[in-house]
Design a protein around this ligand. Structure first.
Ligand code: DOR
Length: 442
């Protein structure tokens, strides 16, 4: 099967070219193909852009165990709509993904349910070192250095040291310090509103845990990815560790701050908490200066009725996979960043951080994971239009300009004209960890 994508503005690694792309089966066969190349399907794309499929390296799809909130099928369909062609899911499901057997079970489940490509982190506990050492078929190890949804937590220094010293997979972590959180909670007494969430999970909690992890990364020369950075203070630590440490920011930490609690209440309750307007500014600057390399969602769906409980009974997290790319494309239209920067943060950088060889760039021979985007299309996010089982968005009522209009996963269309496939067309992402990550590949 050959598809010719004609007259598109194609976002290539070094430039944007008005050209024709030829896909054959699951691969990009030719860039700059002849206008009239032989193809089974010709897609005329005048006025549209083609970018590599987005790789979201942090989602929670709740499968198995909490499938009333989301499952691998609904979560992956929401990805297809949002232009995400590969996702990596976190281990805080029920049961947790903390052994090689559970990892393989999840991969098997995904092969039956996912409409986009998938990968699964293996979660660290205080006593599963052997599993972490033996795990294959995974982007890496996830440590909760600070608890969040679920009960995964590694807080003991000796256990953390062993993970950094005695494993070889890339490591990433949720960094919020348990002791600081506990002390803040005790100091504050009975919480009076959801705004207290940012006082409990404060700047210091994030800084302490990020410092602890980065110190271990340097000590054991073990590459490390800081998930969902939320504070300006963490940035100096990350910058000083360039070469071994990479970092990620989520749209909610770029766009929301504590002033939004009044309007959105627990809809913007998440871990790490949202912080100050000064943090939004610093996180943007860190992205622009490559202190942070990756934008990912931390898609963490909970039902509205769960979110509407009084704090602290309300759970932390928000759904985002179907809107993250559009949120960033809208920023391109506002002049805050360029399309090539967005492609770096959402496609190329995550591929490099996690050692994906054939994804993240439009080049000859790469997987035909592609997204057609209409930079002029305006659309409004409404709760009722959301594909996630959560059926709500903190961006409800927000109009964005710049949307994905078609998504290909390994050459097959999974989203077009508002229709999302139900076929399990996704495939397991293949990692080549001999590549050694982002800093070795730039
Ligand atoms: O707010 C959050 N919710 N942050 C996380 O890291 C986990 C997530 C969840 O799984 O609900």
């Amino acid at each position: 099967m050959r598809t010719l994508i004609r007259y598109a503005s194609v976002v290539l690694p070094q430039s944007i070219e008005k050209t024709h792309l030829l896909i054959e089966d699951s691969k990009i066969l030719e860039i700059d193909a002849a206008e009239h190349s032989d193809a089974d399907e010709i897609v005329d794309c005048k006025g549209l852009h083609v970018i590599p499929g987005v790789i979201d390296d942090q989602v929670h799809f709740r499968d198995p165990g909490l499938t009333h909130k989301e499952d691998l099928h609904t979560g992956s369909r929401a990805c297809a709509k949002g232009g995400i062609t590969t996702f990596f899911e976190m281990p805080n499901t029920n049961p947790t993904t903390t052994s090689c057997q559970r990892l393989e079970e999840k991969l098997a489940l995904a092969s039956e349910k996912c409409v986009v490509n998938y990968g699964f982190f293996i979660g660290a506990t205080e006593d599963n070192l052997e599993e972490l050492q033996q795990a294959k078929r995974t982007p890496g190890i996830k440590i909760f250095i600070g608890s969040s949804t679920g009960n995964l937590l590694v807080d003991e220094q000796a256990a953390l040291e062993k993970i950094f010293a005695e494993t070889s997979l890339p490591i990433c972590a949720h960094c919020e310090d348990e002791t600081t959180i506990r002390e803040n909670r005790e100091k504050l007494g009975e919480p009076s509103s959801v705004a207290d969430h940012s006082k409990i999970r404060d700047h210091h909690a994030a800084w302490v845990a990020t410092k602890r992890a980065i110190d271990l990364s340097k000590k054991y020369e073990h590459r490390f990815h800081v998930l969902h950075v939320s504070t300006r203070q963490e940035l100096d630590l990350i910058k000083a560790a360039q070469g071994i440490v990479t970092a990620e920011v989520c749209p909610h930490h770029l766009f929301f701050n504590i002033q939004d609690y009044e309007r959105l209440g627990s809809l913007v309750q998440m871990n790490p908490s949202i912080k100050d307007p000064a943090d939004n500014t610093a996180l943007w600057e860190a992205l622009k200066s490559n202190t942070i390399q990756v934008v990912a969602t931390d898609h963490a769906p909970h039902l509205l009725e769960e979110k509407e409980k009084n704090y602290p009974q309300s759970p932390s997290g928000l759904p985002a996979v179907e809107n993250s790319l559009a949120l960033m494309l809208n920023q391109v239209n506002l002049g805050k960043c360029t399309l090539q920067e967005v492609v770096h943060w959402m496609c190329e950088a995550p591929a490099r951080v996690w050692d994906l060889t054939n994804k993240g760039r439009i080049e000859k021979g790469a997987d035909a994971d592609l997204v057609l985007i209409d930079m002029a299309k305006s659309d409004t996010i409404f709760n009722e239009n959301q594909v996630t089982k959560a059926k709500w968005s903190p961006w409800h009522g927000t109009t964005l300009t710049g949307w994905p209009v078609r998504t290909w996963v390994r050459g097959k269309t999974v989203f077009q004209n508002g229709i999302i496939t139900t076929k399990p067309l996704g495939e397991e992402a293949i990692f080549d960890h001999s590549l050694k990550g982002y800093w070795d590949s730039v």
